[in-house]
Design a protein around this ligand. Sequence first.
Ligand SMILES: Nc1ncnc2c1ncn2[C@@H]1O[C@H](COP(=O)(O)OP(=O)(O)OP(=O)(O)O)[C@@H](O)[C@H]1O
Ligand SMILES: [Mg+2]
Length: 414
Amino acid sequence: MAFVEKYRPAVVLLDLGLPPDPDGTTEGFAILNEILSITPDTKIIVASGHGARESAIRAISEGAYDFYQKPVDADEIGFIVDRAFRLYDLEQENKKLQQREETTRLPGLVTASEQMEQVCSVIERVSPTSVSVLLLGGSGTGKELLARALHDLSDRNNMPFVAINCGAIPENLIESELFGFEKGAFTGAMKQVKGKIELAEGGTLFLDEIGDLPLPLQVKLLRFLQERVIERIGGRKEIPVDVRVISATHQRLEDQITDGRFREDLFYRLSEIVVNIPDLKDRDGDALLLAHNFLNKFSRAYDKRAKSFDKDAARAIASYDWPGNVRELENRIKRAVIMSDSKKITLDDLEIDYSDDHIETLNLKEIREKNDKAAMLKALSLTNGNISETARLLGISRPTFYGLVKQYDLNIDK
Ligand SMILES: Nc1ncnc2c1ncn2[C@@H]1O[C@H](COP(=O)(O)OP(=O)(O)OP(=O)(O)O)[C@@H](O)[C@H]1O
Ligand SMILES: [Mg+2]
């Protein structure tokens, strides 16, 4: 079994008659099942004694790949083993293909978490339609990546994807950015310029940081979304435009609406479908998966040796809060790869501010102790410090309670 765990063999030849039961099959079947529980893909070929057809058939029904009857015929067993290897290789190949498909369903998006899977399936489902999608997520959670994925998966994907960052453009320029202007519309308007909305004709318009759009512009955008026509600044013509609108923000739009900083009617126009993108720290297992992806990408791009993370670095990646989400992770890994000259990235390379309470402990004793303490303090406060009551709530006796107080060094007088 130690070998099985270490080498995860493609093919195993297994005699059912094993000590301590060499004449029976109990040990053989136990091993068969144990191997399959560790490496379910392993092809196990069972050797059965003369006239033991029944156990051979039972072995197959329990997951063995094939059997042969003793005495061994070298040609026959060679043939069976070859075939087992071939099947194993095929299955592995198939598995890889499937996994590859899973990671590229949304182009460029890496995830293995259930939380993001849900997001992905919404994106896939709405991409063929032209409904407006509002992406809500913290900074660096992948809003732009998902907006592009929506576009790439839609049948508008051979038409333009035009992004405009409403937070990065000075207020007096946003209107001309969005709607364009005619020659002579204002001083300096030397020629006609099309706006982003018009440039996205037939494709997708991505309004990033929509929460930062000034109110007067919100009115104009709303009008466009209702009428689906624009007028260039200084122009007199209404120009129909067919675009799919995706918007994104890290702000809480409900609050902005309450404060009168965002128009409710515009919100409803933009949010036919709302997608909430979870923070990286809330995606199970994704931080490490992404970290490995970025590590591979950057060590190739910068021709560096770094191939893996050492244990502390991996632990820190998995337990750090990642306030800047995927963008922060990407930047830290990039810097670490560039700065490091060794094969393993260390905690120092990552420059993560890593205090002990960031690290999730998996030590059961520590976890129990922490939970015990929390429950005891809570029970004490619920009973205003009445010890008998507290012990009763906790389901333990008074002496046990005092024993724990001493063990955990709790100050219960306070
Ligand atoms: N799930 C993911 N898999 C792979 N790369 C990702 C993923 N999510 C984000 N990224 C990468 O992280 C970076 C930040 O993503 P993106 O720009 O889409 O986020 P954002 O939410 O728009 O960020 P910001 O709030 O800073 O504008 C990009 O380089 C993007 O490619
Ligand atoms: Mg962005």
